[in-house]
Write a protein that binds this ligand. Structure first.
Ligand code: NAD
Ligand code: WQD
Length: 346
């Protein structure tokens, strides 16, 4: 039995593939490299020294998906593939609704046809919209979401619940990630955004090494102790391990299950700057600007349900997240396009 990982060449998918391979699972990655690079596959081999299957395919392509399910004995699917930029989704809502929903429709149609009933889905804390209080529990009200990207996550959650209720799928595990950051300790895989990063940590990493001049801190007038926004940052390797824990449960326990995947601890933007400076010994120049529209003041998880039911808990703290993010940045100044012999060998 193999595990199909859609979007397995991406940031979270690649780290999850490492943890799956190291836990003894056989995997098939399906990715169209729309937001990743083929080089990541060499890095997965270098880290794990284990074989895996790869299919260059668009999840929205029904013929390609059927061919994957025909060729391999797939027992479960971990579904990462999709578009994920909040700002871009506001500019191109049709593209986001069409892409993300059609990817899930096509995947589920193919799963139904091939009688594969187990799905783990990448959801997001964004489905909670602007929660009134923190920590956020899974039973908090959902929405209204603040952007089309977030709405596609909420819609996909609803669709997948309905498919499970109707018996099209047997196990649906919805993992609501908070703010994934960091990189694998090898420095071989990490987050490689196209162009100028939108998210805090990739931006800080580039400022820290001088690739960008300074960080803009989006607001210091929030009702938080230092005025900047508070988030629940989680090491991507911890997040990857949450998928392995969810998979183990999903293969045994049917039904729809929802879990927050975070550390349960919030850090402000200023605390993150300080942690990054401490971890690297380099200053992170910043200026304070206006708030970014749509941002909430405080968002952090109550992750206790995942601990109770999946037996999973985040292990890494903020220092480790910053050290690993910096190792990835400094070893790969141009991401996966870095000429490898110049910086490292594997
Ligand atoms: P990513 O863009 O690095 O990875 C997504 C991968 O899917 C990429 O390799 C891309 O090439 C591939 N892909 C996209 N559309 C595809 C398609 N139609 N067919 C085949 N492959 C396709 O993103 P990520 O940060 O690793 O996020 C993975 C998932 O987790 C996404 O669904 C995202 O919405 C969700 N998520 C991410 C975050 C975050 O902060 N990174 C937070 C919450 C949820
Ligand atoms: C974190 C904090 C910003 C950049 C986003 C998506 C969410 C999820 C994770 C996918 C906030 C501040 C940021 C900068 C800053 N993705 N900031 N200067 O907005 O919590 O979540 O990624 O599902 O859906 O919305 O993450 O990293 O963008 O911001 O001051 O240049 O850093 O205001 O307080 P966010 P982020």
């Amino acid at each position: 039995m193999k595990i199909l990982v859609t979007g397995g060449a991406g940031f979270i998918g690649s780290h999850t593939c490492v943890e799956l391979l190291n836990s003894g699972y056989e995997i098939v990655i399906a990715d169209n490299f729309s937001n990743s690079k083929p080089e990541v596959l060499n890095r997965l081999t270098a880290i794990t020294r284990k074989p895996f299957d790869f299919c260059e395919a668009d999840i929205r392509d029904r013929v390609a998906m059927d061919a994957i399910f025909d060729r391999f004995d797939i027992g479960a699917v971990i579904h990462f593939a999709g578009l994920k930029s909040v700002g871009e989704s506001v500019e191109k809502p049709l593209e986001y609704y069409s892409h993300n929903l059609n990817a899930t429709f096509t995947l589920c149609e193919s799963m139904e046809k091939h009688r594969v009933g187990c799905l783990i889905f990448s959801s997001s804390a964004t489905v909670y919209g602007s929660p009134d209080t923190a920590p956020v529990r899974e039973d908090f009200p959902l929405g209204p979401t603040t952007n089309p990207y977030g709405e596609t996550k909420l819609m996909q959650e609803r669709i997948l619940r309905d498919l499970e209720s109707a018996g099209v799928l047997d196990s649906v595990y919805l993992l609501r990630y908070f703010n994934p950051i960091g990189a694998h300790e090898s420095g071989l895989i990490g987050e490689d955004p196209n162009g100028i990063p939108n998210n805090l940590l990739p931006y800080i990493s580039k400022v820290s090494v001088g690739k960008l001049p300074y960080l803009s801190v989006y607001g210091n007038d929030y009702p938080t102790p230092d005025g900047s926004g508070i988030r629940d940052y989680i090491h991507v390797v911890d997040l990857a391990r949450a998928h392995v824990a969810a998979l183990r449960c999903a293969l045994k326990k049917k039904g729809t299950h929802v879990y927050n995947i975070g550390t349960g601890r919030g850090y402000s933007v200023f605390e993150i700057i300080a942690a990054y400076e401490k971890a690297t010994g380099r200053k992170v120049p910043y200026v304070v600007t206006d708030r970014r529209p749509g941002d909430v003041a405080v968002s952090y998880s109550d992750p206790s349900l995942a601990e109770k039911e999946l037996g999973w808990k985040a292990e890494y703290g903020i220092e480790r997240m910053c050290v690993d993010a910096d190792r990835w940045q400094t070893k790969n100044p141009d991401g996966y396009e870095t000429i490898k012999d110049k910086f490292f060998q594997y």
